[in-house]
Design a protein around this ligand. Structure first.
Ligand SMILES: [Zn+2]
Ligand SMILES: [Zn+2]
Length: 249
């Protein structure tokens, strides 16, 4: 079982790509690109485990409700407040890539929490960082309220967040929970499951642009949710709803 989708983000990757893609363009996988946050250091943090068809737990369909914990201690109130920006951007990124059919409805941020009670975690030492450090952008691994969780920096960018969210909620890429694949190896898809350096874009790949033998991201998502997508059609959506964010310092 490939339980840990580690995204090694090589710092070199993508800032340039991100700039090029601007709004809507993707970036590399672990980096965020998409929604406007440059590369590496996005803002916000997202959390959640939603329900979108995937493995969500609460909220309406595709309205993700997440618990995001700070592990290893307690961040300052100012640091937690700053995460609101990250979370809203993450939600808007999810909204964008699904043509307005998913977003983060609610996030509870808990200080000094445990993996067991979360969907998303950020080590205290990375609360003000966009990555996990050591060349690691973010990752999705075992544990947490749904059996797997995202670990990321407190200012993770929307592209990187969407990449991990795809692993956690939809078993992207490929749709197999035992073998969640990446789409930046041996080529790359124009998708959040790739990386900026490998042609990633702030969208999900579909049967018209997917480059691997396993199912495209949209195919996997359509099989799991009531969302719709027409191959080759990537309509622009608005920013999406405001995410309710409750801080438990
Ligand atoms: Zn894809
Ligand atoms: Zn693909």
């Amino acid at each position: 079982m490939k339980q840990s989708n580690v995204i090694l983000i090589f710092v070199v990757l993508t800032l340039i790509t991100v700039m090029v893609y601007g709004c809507g363009g993707g970036h590399k996988s672990d980096r965020i690109g998409g929604a406007g946050t440059g590369t590496g250091t996005g803002t916000g943090s997202g959390t959640g485990s939603g329900n979108g068809g995937g493995t969500g737990t609460t909220g309406g369909e595709n309205e993700f409700v997440y618990v995001w914990v700070i592990t290893g201690g307690s961040a300052s109130t100012a640091e937690l407040e700053a995460m609101r920006v990250t979370i809203q951007a993450a939600s808007e990124g999810l909204y964008e890539i699904a043509h307005g059919q998913q977003y983060i409805k609610h996030v509870t941020i808990k200080n000094n929490g445990t993996i067991d009670e979360c969907h998303i975690s950020t080590p205290l030492s990375r609360v003000t960082s966009g990555t996990l450090g050591g060349g690691l952008w973010a990752r999705t691994g075992p544990g947490g309220l749904t059996g797997r969780h995202i670990e990321c920096g407190g200012t993770v960018d929307p592209f990187t967040f969407a990449h991990e969210h795809g692993h956690m909620e939809y078993n992207l890429a490929g749709g197999n929970p035992q073998d969640r694949k990446e789409e930046y190896t041996n080529g790359g898809c124009p998708c959040v499951m790739s990386t900026g350096a490998s042609g990633g874009r702030m969208q999900y790949c579909d049967d018209g642009n997917h480059t691997y033998s396993f199912d495209s991201c949209w195919k996997v998502i359509l099989n799991q949710t009531s969302m719709t997508h027409t191959t080759g059609d990537y309509p622009v959506s608005g920013a999406g709803p405001l995410t309710e964010i409750v801080i438990e310092p």
